[in-house]
Design a binder for this molecule. Sequence first.
Ligand code: CU
Ligand code: ZN
Length: 228
Amino acid sequence: MRPTLNLTAAATLCLISIGCSRQAEAPPPPITTAPRVAPPTAAPAPAPRMARATLMGLGGSTVTGDVTFTDSGNGISTEAHVNGLRPGKHGFHVHEVGDCSGDGTAAGDHFNPAASPHGGPDGTAMHAGDMGNIEAGPDGKATVTMLSHHFTLEAVGTTGTTGIIGRSVIVHENEDDLTSQPAGNAGARIACGRIEMVSGAMVMPAASAPMDGMDMPAASAPMGASAP
Ligand code: CU
Ligand code: ZN
């Protein structure tokens, strides 16, 4: 009897050990799921769509700046950092055309897809590109953050677009009174920057892209321009 019990006990131990070894082999499957968890490739997807306009002075102006537009999923978050301004308020708008050549006139009128009258960013009647004013302190610097529900990060030429990619940001010499027509009596255009997509899904630009592409080299100019 006892030998039999011992054998049984041994067999039991064997089974247990086998069971253990089998359980030890079980983990591998989970390892295969590990790579699934790895889909960090899925993580980049949430990367916010972002666009940027590098502002350069017009007509001898030394104003420079950087404006970023980020799609928050609930409006476009706009952040602007502008330098070299006369202290006080300056009209700040998205204009129709992404052409900052010459005195800025080529940038066209305020971006206005709904054919509305000019107004302020908080008004009921306003151009989609009316971002109001930026206000510079004694140091000539202005920093502004605002949220807009009036335009999107789609490209110019997209059917029915409210998109601003390929358009421009203009800073004016004077304050935008938010009421005068057709552009707030904000005076001369002193800085301009073409709005370019920098991350996120890119919408193919209109056929005019090749010409606008010539602005690309100019975008790097601010760095050199800051030297003098
Ligand atoms: Cu303007
Ligand atoms: Zn306007």
